[in-house]
Design a binder for this molecule. Structure first.
Ligand code: ATP
Length: 356
């Protein structure tokens, strides 16, 4: 088995004059859980459909397990797709739905029976073989669709917003189940979602897409902690964005002028003196203080409001010059700062990132 399972080489897709996927390059490893994440219309589904074979690239190559597959129809590729809509046959029971593909391949009856039962066991639906789809809940229908896609042991499973129709609680439960299933089977999963939390929870790596390009490809941790662009910083989680000028440089740090204060940052990209840059800092990385504690920098501000969101409180602080910063803390910490109180904010220099 090759280490790489799917490769996209300079893949382009246009519909008439509309270029919806713009020269994408990506290597997906065998056994990897890779998520295509991005807002509606960014080209996720079109990319997935090119891997599945439902769309032909306008340009470039799709390689699956070492083979260029552009001229190979979907049913002859070693991939299966799970759709949000389940796409079950309503007149067939669960067992027949799962068996359908194997029957088409004329596999012998005993083998079909065994494999269907194995697939239903994987998705914890052993007792449901004789039910019709309309006798199942949304989550159970989606499990049948997953069993049907897994029953012929594809090398790659493509999943297009498979949990999109489920309520939040079931969705979260299925996220964990799917991740465990993928780890157990070791099959390469390529998963499409616009839900950043879902992507962070499930993926080994995430490709963040925007306007037909990949803005960043990395582990959830890299994407969250080191967003490469303003779009990624904004789309994944919450972030405070500031514009500032580089007013100093030493071996380790760049110093930005933020709200009239000289703020150190450890840049991961090259910056030059006098350059105007954008800086992102996550709300949970910002520290609040009652008084100047002497060490490092501190920007004075005033508490504007507390916003209660369950396990944390978002404290909005206004800074000199009109900027605001949001600080996420536990209720105990947040409530030690009153609305209208004068405070100081700072953060560790390596927790802020300079973004394009
Ligand atoms: P969503 O999350 O809404 O499904 P997406 O990121 O999956 O969005 P795509 O479905 O890949 O986006 O669509 C990307 C763009 O391509 C959209 O502007 C869409 O209108 C366009 N598009 C997709 N399929 C076709 C088609 N068959 N003909 C013409 N345009 C298409």
């Amino acid at each position: 088995m090759s280490e790489l399972m799917v490769t996209l080489n300079n893949v382009v897709k246009s519909f008439d004059d509309n270029v919806v996927v713009k020269n994408i390059n990506m290597d997906i490893k065998s056994g990897e859980f890779l998520t295509l994440l991005g807002p509606s219309g960014c080209g996720k589904t079109t990319t997935l459909r090119m891997i599945a074979g439902f769309e032909q690239p306008t340009d470039g190559e799709v390689i699956i397990d070492g083979k260029e597959v552009s001229n190979i129809p979907p049913h002859k590729r070693d991939v299966n797709t799970v759709f949000q809509s389940y796409a079950l046959f309503p007149h067939m029971n669960v067992s027949d739905n799962v068996a359908f593909g194997l029957k088409m391949k004329k596999i012998n009856k005993d083998d079909i029976k065994r494999r269907v039962m194995e697939a239903l066991k994987l998705v914890q639906l052993e007792g449901f073989a004789k039910r019709k789809p309309d006798q199942l809940s949304g989550g159970q229908k989606q499990r049948v669709a997953i069993a049907r896609a897994l029953v012929n042991s594809p090398k790659v499973l493509l999943l297009d917003e498979p949990l999109g129709a489920l309520d939040l609680k079931l969705r979260k439960q299925m996220q964990v189940e799917l991740k465990h299933l993928q780890q157990k089977l070791g099959i390469t999963f390529i998963y499409v979602t616009h839900d950043q939390e879902e992507a962070l929870t499930m993926s080994d790596r995430i490709a963040v897409m925007n306007g037909g390009i990949i803005e960043q490809l990395g582990t959830p941790d890299e994407i969250y902690e080191r967003p490469a662009s303003r779009f990624v910083a904004d789309f994944i989680g919450e972030t405070n964005l500031f514009e500032g000028k580089v007013v100093g440089l030493d071996e380790q740090h760049a110093y930005l002028d933020l709200s009239g204060h000289k703020v150190p940052i450890i840049p991961t990209t090259k910056v030059s003196l006098d350059e105007e840059v954008s800086m992102a800092i996550r709300p949970e990385r910002v520290q609040l203080h009652n008084e100047l504690n002497g060490a490092g920098f501190a920007i004075p501000g005033k508490v504007v409001e507390h916003i209660y969101v369950g396990s944390i409180i978002k404290t909005v602080v206004s800074l000199p010059g009109g900027d605001q910063v949001t600080v996420n803390k536990t209720p105990e910490v947040a409530h030690s700062f009153a609305v209208d109180q004068d405070v100081y904010v700072n953060w560790e220099p390596d927790k802020a990132v300079i973004i394009a």
